[in-house]
Structures are given as structure tokens and as C-alpha cells.
Write a protein that binds this ligand. Structure first.
Ligand code: ASP
Ligand code: MG
Length: 393
């Protein structure tokens, strides 16, 4: 059996005409000789609207009930797409997570897929040309519905493709993955290849191209993922283990709304530092770009958080730190460049800093394949242009 998994995002099924369009696209794949497993997200803004409803009912919707509610979104789109396919004389069936046997952990709203009833899917594929399966949802051993976190349909698709050992295609309203955000910078270039590691860095940097868990699963199973547009025939981007073209810098990403938090005059004591970060992590705050400076046996600790978290963060820090002094500075942005070529190529950092030589940089962090720096937002425009030029992005 020649199986392909295709995933269609919410904007590709946001109305009934688009659903009919998708049905035709799926039918064409069947005509090419494939058995198609289609994973679908909820129509358009459905999930957002369901979350709004839940928040109108309760300040703190119970996670199990929230998942029970959110899974309805995907159930609507699979049934409608199946109907459209049946009208095109395609043999198909829609399945939810219970019917498809997608088992997850019981961490409601952020469950992880554990196993599939692969034999059931294979058997159903013998009788049908297409199976339309709900993305984003799973069930626990106890039979409760779960969801995989926002954007989780990508992960459903990649995990099913890995389990079936099949090809995987992710369709959205974007024709592929770009050197930087094409919504903000229209001259961004589309990439032909991008590696799992680059994508993982990019998604943690805020580029919302693929659910990061989906990339982790693809990497684990060495599954090539093709990302392309639902509505055009333009060649998309392959997410792969290695890129033969091996560019030094593949992409750039920008995160605005960064606040720099500085805690000064901390007594030189590792327990205190450990405690600060441990408590922050337990509260679920995301801190980034940490720097610790020792001045005359007193420590100054700086790190960044996103601006929206600032208020909660401040309330919390006041409790946690007693009399330590905290300052906040707003209006920063983080620019990062990512590329697996950095592993072997020397001098990337010097090119990066040379490009930004006229700009005051506040903080820097690096990994094996990434360099990030924090700067004032007013320099963002010149800085991004300098980097695009230097690395020919
Ligand atoms: N419908 C879910 C969401 O909007 C899952 C997905 O789209 O992947 O987050
Ligand atoms: Mg969605």
C-alpha cells in the first residue's frame, strides 16, 4: 500500500468551499494511486471561539472539560470533509481519536501521543481510499478525550506518518518555510530544505511554522516532512535531517516585546541563584538570555521575559525575592540567526557582530547553531536589514 499522510490546517478548511477544494486535492492524490490519511484541524477560528466560550463560563475551565469542548472543533471538520469526498465518489470514512485509537498521556490540554492502533488504521485503509482523522485530539487509557496543545494537528500528522512509515505533507495557507517571517518582510526567500534542528531553534524563537513537538517527532523517526500551500501548486519546503546545501545561516527570526529583568546585589551564593530560577520555572515563566555578573562578590542577574508576562511576573517576584532589588526595562527585541552550517564554519559570530557594529547590543546568547542578541526596538529595522545583507537571506 502506498500511503501518504496529508494535514490541512484550520485556514485551509475555514469554509465549506475550501473544504470542497481540499476534497478535490485529496481525490487527485487517490487518482495518483495513494491511500490518503488526511488529518484536519478545526475550521478557521473555531478553537479560539471555543476557548472564548469556556472563559465566559468559568475563570478557570476544568482542563478535562476544556479538552472535551475543544475536540469538537476537529470533529466538525472531519465529518464535513468526508461528506465532500463521498460526493466525489471517493471511498472514505471520518474518524475521531477514539475511533482511530490515538492514545495519549492524560495531561489535558498538552497531552503527548503514546501509541496508535496501527492495525485498525491499516485495516480500514484496505476498505477505503481515504481516512479523514481529527488532528489535535487523543484519548487516554481511561477513555477521556485530550488535546495536544495549540497547533497540535501538525503533531498528529507527523506521528501518524511515523507510525505508518509513510510520507507526510503539511498544507497551510503558506507555500513553505522562509528565511524569515514573510508576513512582516515580503522579500523573505522560500527555503527548499530546512533541517529539524534549525526548525526546532526557529520554533523556539517564535516562528510559528510547525508545532515544535511535530518537529521533535519527525526528527526522532527521521521522517521527511513536506510543507506547502493548500491553494497553489508552488513547490514547498522539505524538513529533513541534513541539508546538502549546508548554508551557514539558513534563517533569521525576530521576537519583539522583550523585557529585560535585572536583579542586583544578590549575595554570592549558588543556592540563592538556583532558588530564583527554580521558583520562576515552577511558576511556568519562560526566561531567556540569562547573564550573571559578579561585582565585588555580589551578583547581578539579568534575563529576558516577554512583555505580556511582566505584570504576573512582578507580583510573583516581589513575593519570592523579599528585599532584593528588581528593575525592568521594556522595549527590547531579540534577533536570532540559525544555521547548521555554524557547526563547521568558523567566523559566523564575527560576521554577525560586524554587521551589527553600529548598534548597541544588550545581551547575547549562542548555541551550536544559533546566535541571538537583544537590542532596543528602535534599532530593529537597521539590524534586520544588515543581517539579511550579510548572510544573503
Ligand atoms: N485546532 C487546534 C488549534 O487551533 C489545533 C490545530 O489547529 O493544529 O490550535
Ligand atoms: Mg487551528
Amino acid at each position: 500500500m502506498n500511503i501518504v499522510v496529508q494535514k490541512y490546517g484550520g485556514s485551509s478548511v475555514s469554509d465549506t468551499n475550501k473544504i470542497k477544494f481540499v476534497a478535490n486535492k485529496v481525490k487527485n492524490k487517490v487518482y495518483e494511486g495513494y491511500k490518503v490519511v488526511v488529518i484536519v484541524s478545526a475550521m478557521g477560528e473555531t478553537t479560539d471561539n471555543l476557548i472564548k466560550l469556556a472563559n465566559e463560563i468559568s475563570n478557570k475551565p476544568h482542563p478535562r472539560e476544556l479538552d472535551m469542548l475543544l475536540t469538537t472543533g476537529e470533529q466538525i471538520s472531519v465529518a464535513l470533509l468526508s461528506m465532500a469526498l463521498i460526493d466525489l465518489n471517493v471511498k472514505t470514512k471520518s474518524l475521531n481519536a477514539f475511533q482511530a485509537g490515538i492514545f495519549t498521556t492524560s495531561d489535558f490540554t498538552k497531552a503527548r501521543i503514546q501509541k496508535f492502533k496501527v492495525s485498525r488504521i491499516i485495516n480500514l485503509l484496505k476498505e477505503n481510499d481515504v481516512l479523514v482523522i481529527t488532528g489535535f485530539q487523543g484519548i487516554t487509557e481511561e477513555g477521556d478525550y485530550t488535546t495536544l496543545g495549540r497547533g497540535g494537528s501538525d503533531t498528529s500528522a507527523v506521528a501518524i506518518a511515523a507510525a505508518l512509515n509513510s510520507e507526510c505533507e503539511i498544507y497551510s495557507d503558506f507555500p513553505g518555510i522562509y528565511t524569515f517571517d514573510p508576513r512582516k518582510y515580503p522579500d523573505a526567500k522560500k527555503l527548499k530544505f530546512v533541517t529539524y534542528d534549525e526548525m526546532l531553534e526557529m520554533s523556539s524563537l517564535g516562528a510559528r511554522v510547525l508545532h515544535s513537538r511535530a518537529i521533535e517527532v519527525a526528527k526522532k523517526y527521521n521522517l521527511k516532512v513536506y510543507c506547502a500551500s493548500t491553494f497553489t501548486e508552488e513547490e514547498g519546503t522539505y524538513v529533513v535531517a541534513d541539508n546538502i546545501e549546508n548554508p551557514v545561516v539558513t534563517g533569521m527570526s525576530v521576537m519583539e516585546n522583550q523585557t529585560q529583568v535585572t536583579i542586583t546585589n544578590i549575595p554570592f551564593n549558588h543556592d540563592i541563584i538556583y532558588n530564583i530560577f527554580d521558583k520562576i520555572a515552577q511558576k511556568g515563566f519562560n526566561v531567556d538570555m540569562i547573564s550573571i555578573i559578579n561585582i565585588n562578590e555580589k551578583l547581578n542577574v539579568s534575563f529576558t521575559i516577554i512583555e505580556e508576562e511582566m505584570e504576573n511576573f512582578d507580583n510573583y517576584l516581589k513575593e519570592a525575592l523579599n528585599d532584593l532589588q528588581v528593575t525592568y526595562e521594556h522595549g527590547y527585541a531579540k534577533i536570532s540567526v540559525v544555521g547548521i552550517g555554524m557547526r563547521t564554519e568558523k567566523g559566523v559570530a564575527s560576521r554577525f557582530f560586524k554587521a551589527l557594529e553600529d548598534i548597541p547590543i544588550r545581551m547575547v546568547t549562542t548555541s551550536e547553531i544559533k546566535i541571538s542578541c537583544l537590542l532596543e526596538k528602535k534599532y530593529l529595522d537597521i539590524a534586520t536589514r544588515a543581517i539579511i545583507k550579510e548572510f544573503e537571506l
